[in-house]
Design a protein around this ligand. Structure first.
Ligand SMILES: Nc1ncnc2c1ncn2[C@@H]1O[C@H](COP(=O)(O)OP(=O)(O)O)[C@@H](O)[C@H]1O
Ligand SMILES: [Mg+2]
Length: 233
């Protein structure tokens, strides 16, 4: 069953026409990858889905409900979690305070502080530290933890590997796999193709605000034309 359906959306920033008819379907319990070069509209897609920048045309359904014009706080209550690009943790709050501010978005009980600390033991070691003193990798863990604290059924992650050291990426990728095994549905937006393909069940490549290729991960890896033309590899 589909948990998230994006139907032919057209999204603008003022006069600037960014998403030019983009559609995708995320099946429940799967990881759908969205790949594309810098500036093709990946974050704009995320902003449209979570309600920061609704499309002018098209429709977005979450668990069958039309959320095209639902404000983001209400979308979070319905079970949509976000791990934004660039982490966006609150720099002067402690690790624990960052997690607590995300609590209580809805009535689900899946995630608690202890659960997050079990998933990311480093965050427990640093629970009283201000978020700005964490490494990039630790901030990414905190951003994921904060996204989980809203108890989502669907988690959108915008470039979680950006700027992280390979060893940390391994830890973060292990956690994402674990979340998938638990049944979480994930929209994984990435620029790092090789890393994304390790996790995803299915993948869309976007260019100029629309989907230009859709396939399983192996098929994309073998498609030199799409890789060189749309992904720069
Ligand atoms: N807040 C904004 N105002 C105006 N234009 C924007 C804004 N954010 C992004 N854009 C433009 O929209 C296009 C898509 O950007 P974005 O969705 O951030 O790309 P990606 O996440 O794929 O790198 C780019 O041309 C970018 O310059
Ligand atoms: Mg982006």
């Amino acid at each position: 069953m589909a948990i998230l359906e994006v139907e032919d959306i057209h999204t603008y920033y003022g006069d600037s026409y960014v998403l030019q008819g983009l559609s995708l379907v995320l099946e429940e319990g799967r990881i759908l990858g969205v790949l594309g070069r810098n500036g093709v509209g990946k974050t704009t897609l995320v902003n449209s889905v979570v309600g920061f920048n609704p499309p002018r045309r098209g429709r977005i359904l979450f668990k069958g409900q039309d959320i095209t014009h639902t404000p983001s706080f209400a979308t979070v209550r319905l079970g949509m979690g976000l791990v934004p690009q660039g982490r966006r943790v609150f720099p002067t709050l402690s690790v624990e305070e960052n997690l607590k501010v995300a609590q209580g978005g809805n009535n689900r009980q899946r995630w608690t502080l202890n659960g997050i600390y079990e998933l990311f033991p480093r965050l427990l070691e640093r629970q009283r530290q201000r978020a700005k003193t964490l490494s990039g990798g630790e901030q990414q863990m905190l951003a994921i933890g904060r996204g989980l604290m809203t108890n989502p059924d669907c988690l959108i992650m915008d470039e979680p590997s950006e700027g992280l050291a390979p060893l940390i990426i391994r830890d973060v990728w292990d956690v994402i796999s674990k979340l998938k095994r638990e049944g979480l549905s994930i929209l994984l937006v990435e620029q790092n193709v090789a890393l994304a393909l390790k996790l995803v069940d299915y993948v869309h490549v976007i260019s100029k605000g629309t989907v230009v290729h859709s396939s399983g991960p192996e098929e994309l890896w073998g498609n030199e034309e799409v890789k060189s033309r749309h992904l720069g590899i």
